[in-house]
Write a protein that binds this ligand. Sequence first.
Ligand code: SF4
Length: 392
Amino acid sequence: MKHPFHEPGGIYVHVPFCVRKCAYCDFCSEDDRSRIPAYLNALVKEIGGARPPSGLAFDTLYFGGGTPSVLAPEEIGRILAAVRRRLPLLPGAEITIEANPGTLAPGALGELRRLGVNRINIGIQSFSDARLRFLGRIHSAKAGRGAVRRARAAGFDNIGLDLIYGLPGETASDWRAEMRSAAALGPEHLSCYMLTYEPETPLARRLARGDFAPLDEARVGRRYRDTVRFLADRGFVQYEVSNFARSEAVQSRHNRKYWNFAPYLGFGPSAHSFIPPERWWNEAPLGRYLKHSASERSPAAERETVGYGQQIIEAVYLGLRQTRGIIVADFEARFGLDFKGTFGRVLAELRRKGWLDTSDAARCALTPAGMLFLDGIASMFVAVDFPDAPPA
Ligand code: SF4
């Protein structure tokens, strides 16, 4: 197999605090912000002890969560300084912060820009106050619009917005109105996620009690196809199943690393790291992470070596998520496998169903219809009996 460091790495910092938990969310976060100082100390200590492989530099840093914007800019600055002291962050690195419109204090956006944060991803989710209430968001539609305008005024020229579709009772025109409102704010990037009911969340419990009927699968599928068409007409090019950008330059450089097997280091509770072929992930929730830090134990909860067979499975799944698909020559060079010889029967089946984009033989990519069945299609590839060790 080829050496995996084919591009610079990414750095992820998990901020596990939110003002209040949203009804649909199962991410690692909590609403008790009294532990921010302890978290910052443990995080800075973890970053200070990082040992990146020699020769690996980083060109992205992503503050995710949770809600990183609950931290004051000087706290973000402290984390940034710790990263810069310990890890080679390249000039021109993409530095992203996720922000909740309900947490952006006046002046904070300008401070973040001055610290070098050059991309902001704002969790708008909806432009309807009723839908925001259903989701348990802390902000109003007006606050969402205001946050985008203030980010622009503070000098952010790379703004991403997150939206959620597929809510109960949502009509095609409701969803188009949401996308129209988002596009009218002129963001560089849009992420449109289908609402999912994660186990143990308040929304999943309400669904189980029969408080509301979920949107049926056929309608959710139509919303997805609508999204791709509607945003394409407004100049947003889809590059991943849920992600759309105005140009290649403003695609999320950081998230693309996850899909392209680039190395990354994650810090904070629940954060994942991948330095091929090793993957590990940190203790969670925050209390466990803090305990490990206080007793000088590694924050890593578990480690695994991603073997040859597993790497093939992941390369297929992550490749198919992207509209450019799997680059056949890269796949073959990496795994020493004849792609079409190995997966010929699956490819024929996908072609027959209209799920394979046949416009470019150098790539294996799904059509928008195929993207809807991504998980099932990935399982068809996984079911093929490919070798679990590289050819001699
Ligand atoms: S703000 Fe984001 S991370 Fe926090 S609870 Fe809501 S969805 Fe989850």
